[in-house]
Write a protein that binds this ligand. Structure first.
Ligand code: ATP
Ligand code: MG
Length: 263
């Protein structure tokens, strides 16, 4: 028997039999999710609204709402996980200047560093995520920035923790199409250049197809199908995945028709 030529990489994230439950009983909201993520690997998490995508990410980070609790195993093999949320206007503290937010996050992970070093790092991170004149923008308030720039700030704050895994919960849904594409380019570039793994939650299968090597399809708290994105989208094995694909295609066609009909 020949030896496996692929090195077996230790997963940066391993989720086993994760369940999320109401503290006061009832059916589980996440019901036995298991997933492995290798270093640098990208996984798209898709499924209808309420299927448990956000709660899965929150359980990984340990930030579930107080009424809920998690069971099962989440191992991170020393890798930090950081999250980028859908709505940067809500996720960003409105009373904190953006430079301070990023510098403060960075300093939490570099306890010996000075304020000046943290400020320099914050400027470098804001520049890395494509914010022009980053140093001058350190003193900006979140409301002074556009939605796309705010999402870049969120990503810079996530990078300030030097994560091995970036958890993105529909990070571009609140943005217009052109800005969406820019943020997706940024994420693609960051994942490639930092060897960072990513879980990307989205309703848009085309976006997942362009961004993620693997895809997991969730329904009612469970993963019903998982595999290489190209293979799953080309030949979905589960009827629900086929339904999702058909719905996505119908929406894309309708969008294209609306655009085409514009004078
Ligand atoms: N704080 C909470 N308390 C009770 N139930 C909750 C809470 N948050 C979410 N749920 C329920 O858990 C289920 C999964 O929610 P979750 O937010 O993970 O769905 P989702 O897949 O992210 O949906 P969407 O695509 O709309 O964001 C839903 O039925 C939701 O109503
Ligand atoms: Mg969600």
């Amino acid at each position: 028997m020949s030896e496996n030529p692929q090195p077996v990489l230790r997963p940066v994230l391993r989720i086993e039999h994760l369940r999320v439950l109401h503290r006061d009983g009832g059916a589980p909201l996440v019901d036995g999710v298991s997933l492995d993520l290798a270093p640098g690997e990208t996984l798209g998490l898709v499924g209808e609204s309420g299927s448990g995508k956000s709660l899965t990410l929150r359980a990984v980070l340990g930030i579930l709402p107080a009424a809920l609790r998690a069971e099962g195993t989440v191992e991170r093999a020393g890798a930090r996980a950081a999250m980028v949320f859908q709505e940067p206007a809500i996720a960003l503290n409105p009373t904190m200047r953006v430079g301070h937010l990023v510098a403060r996050t960075w300093r939490l992970h570099h306890p010996g560093a000075t304020r000046g070093q943290a400020r320099d790092e914050a400027a470098a991170l804001l520049e890395r995520v494509g914010i022009p004149r980053a140093r001058a923008r350190l003193a900006a308030w979140p409301h002074e920035l556009s939605g796309g720039m705010r999402q870049r700030v969120m990503i810079a704050a996530a990078l300030a923790t030097d994560p091995g895994v970036l958890l993105c919960d529909e990070p571009t849904t609140a943005l217009d199409v052109r800005v969406q594409a820019q943020i997706l380019d940024l994420l693609r570039d960051l994942v490639a250049s930092r060897d960072m793994a990513m879980v990307f939650v989205s309703h848009d299968l085309a976006v997942v197809g362009s961004l993620c090597e693997r895809i997991a399809v969730m329904r009612s708290g469970q993963i019903v199908e998982e595999g290489r994105t190209a293979a799953v989208l080309r030949a979905p094995g589960h009827p629900y995945t086929r339904e999702l694909l058909a719905a996505n295609l119908a929406r894309r066609l309708a969008d294209a028709a609306t655009k085409g009909a514009r004078p």
